[in-house]
Design a protein around this ligand. Structure first.
Ligand code: HEM
Ligand SMILES: *[C@@H]1O[C@H](CO)[C@@H](O)[C@H](O)[C@H]1NC(C)=O
Ligand SMILES: *[C@@H]1O[C@H](CO)[C@@H](O)[C@H](O)[C@H]1NC(C)=O
Ligand SMILES: *[C@@H]1O[C@H](CO)[C@@H](O)[C@H](O)[C@H]1NC(C)=O
Length: 331
C-alpha cells in the first residue's frame, strides 16, 4: 500500500517536473530519431538540399545564417521561420532588416513539403533547418558533424525578442563576446562559429561606415587594406540608391567553405568591422591565427561548435509542436 502510494507520488512528480527538465536539458535528442517514423528522412533532406544548392548557390550561406539567428533568438526551434500576421509581428520581421534571404526559408519549405508527403505530421521544422544547414555546409566543402534529432517547433515568435540577442558588426568585442559567452559558448567557439563568414555576402550598409568618411584623416578604417577599401567603395558607390548591393564576405574564395576567412583578416581583407575585430582583440586573435594556419583545426572546432549550437535552447515534449507548415503555428 505504502509502496503503491510512493510510486504514485513519484510518477506525479515526474509529470510535474518533466516539462521544466525538457527545456533545460538537451538529452532528448537522438541520432536516429526518425528511423522508424520517417525512414526516408535522410534521403529526402539530402535530395532537397543538393538540388536547391545547385539551382541557387546562395542557399548554403542563407541557410547557415538563418539557423544561427533562429538558435540565438530563444533556441533552435524554427521560431525564425514564422511569418507575421495582422495579430503578431514575428521574429523574422525584426531581423536586422533586409537580411535573411529567401533561399534559406525556401529550402526548409521544400524539404517540409516532401517530408509531409512521405510521413505526414512527423518531422519538425526545427529538425529540418538543423539538418539542411549541416548538409549545405558539407556541400560547400565544410566539415560533416552529427545533428541529433527530435526538436519540437516553437509556439511563439515575437519580433520584440530579437533585439540584443544577435551580434551586429558595429558592436565592440566585449558586447559580441557577451552574447556568445552568456549562451555558454567559449571564446574559441565564438571565433570558430564566426568562420561561417567564409561563405555568403553582406550588404553595403553593414560596412559602409568603415569605408566612407571613416575619420578626419582617412576615408577608411586603417584595419582595411587600402586597395581593398577602394574596391569596396567602388562596389558600393551606388548603395544609397540601390540598397541590395552587396559584397562577398570572403573575397578570395567566396563560395567555398574553407579557412580563407581567417587568412584574410591579418591582410586587411575582412569585410565587417566585427571580422577585423576578431583579429585585433588579444582574446580572439590566437584562434584566428590557429585557424588561418590549420584548416583541419578550424573544421574540427567549427563542427563541434555547430553541434553544440544545434542543441541550444531546443524544445521537446509539450514545450513545442510539429508544425504542419513551417511558416505558421498549427493554431
Ligand atoms: C560574430 C558576430 C557576427 C556578426 C556581427 C555577424 C554579422 C553579419 C552581417 C551584418 C552579415 C550580412 C547580412 C546582410 O547584409 O545580409 C552576416 C552575414 C552572414 N553571417 Fe554573420 N555575423 C556574426 C556571426 C555569425 C555566425 C556565428 C554565423 C553562423 C554560424 C554567421 C553566419 C553568416 C552567414 C553565412 C552570412 C552570409 C549570409 C548570406 O550570404 O546570405 N555569422 N553576418
Ligand atoms: C530598418 O530598421 C530601422 C530601425 O530599426 C527602421 O527605421 C527601418 O524602417 C527598417 N527598414 C526596413 C527596410 O525594414
Ligand atoms: C563624406 O563627407 C563629405 C563631407 O562631409 C560629404 O560631402 C560626403 O557626401 C560624404 N560621403 C559619404 C559617402 O557619406
Ligand atoms: C592541425 O590541427 C589538427 C587538429 O587539431 C592537428 O591534429 C594537427 O596536428 C595540426 N597540424 C599542424 C601542422 O599543426
Amino acid at each position: 500500500m505504502a509502496f503503491a502510494e510512493l510510486i504514485l507520488v513519484v510518477l506525479s512528480m515526474a509529470i510535474v517536473i518533466n516539462p521544466c527538465l525538457s527545456q533545460r536539458h538537451h538529452q532528448q535528442l537522438y541520432p536516429n530519431f526518425y528511423r522508424r517514423s520517417c525512414p526516408r528522412f535522410d534521403q529526402i533532406m539530402q535530395d532537397t538540399t543538393t538540388n536547391k544548392q545547385i539551382v541557387s548557390p546562395t542557399t548554403a550561406a542563407a541557410t547557415l545564417r538563418l539557423f544561427f539567428h533562429d538558435c540565438f533568438v530563444g533556441g533552435c526551434d524554427a521560431s525564425m521561420l514564422i511569418s507575421s500576421t495582422p495579430f503578431n509581428k514575428a521574429e523574422r520581421d525584426a531581423d536586422i532588416n533586409l537580411s535573411l534571404p529567401g533561399d534559406g526559408f525556401d529550402v526548409v519549405i521544400r524539404a517540409k513539403t516532401a517530408l509531409e508527403l512521405a510521413c505526414p505530421g512527423v518531422v519538425s521544422c526545427a529538425d529540418i533547418l538543423a539538418v539542411a544547414t549541416r548538409n549545405l555546409v558539407v556541400q560547400t566543402g565544410g566539415p560533416f558533424y552529427a545533428v541529433k534529432l527530435g526538436r519540437k517547433d516553437a509556439l511563439v515568435s515575437k519580433a520584440g525578442s530579437v533585439e540584443g540577442n544577435l551580434p551586429r558588426p558595429a558592436m565592440s568585442m566585449d558586447q559580441i563576446l557577451k552574447i556568445f559567452l552568456s549562451r555558454g559558448f567559449s571564446i574559441q567557439e565564438t571565433v570558430a562559429l564566426s568562420g561561417a563568414h567564409t561563405i555568403g555576402f553582406s550588404h553595403c550598409k553593414e560596412f559602409s561606415s568603415n569605408i566612407y568618411n571613416y575619420s578626419r584623416g582617412s576615408q577608411s578604417d586603417p584595419a582595411y587594406y587600402p586597395q581593398f577599401a577602394q574596391a569596396l567603395r567602388n562596389a558600393c558607390a551606388n548603395y544609397h540608391q540601390n540598397p541590395t548591393l552587396s559584397v562577398f564576405n570572403d573575397v578570395m574564395t567566396p563560395n567555398k567553405f574553407d579557412n580563407m576567412y581567417y587568412q584574410n583578416l591579418p591582410k586587411g581583407l575582412g569585410l565587417l568591422a566585427s571580422d577585423h575585430a576578431l583579429n585585433l582583440d588579444p582574446r580572439t586573435r590566437p584562434f584566428v591565427e590557429q585557424y588561418a594556419k590549420n584548416q583541419t583545426a578550424f573544421f574540427e572546432a567549427f563542427g563541434r561548435a555547430m553541434e553544440k549550437l544545434s542543441t541550444y535552447g531546443i524544445k521537446t515534449g509539450r514545450s513545442g509542436e510539429i508544425r504542419r507548415r513551417c511558416d505558421a503555428f498549427n493554431n
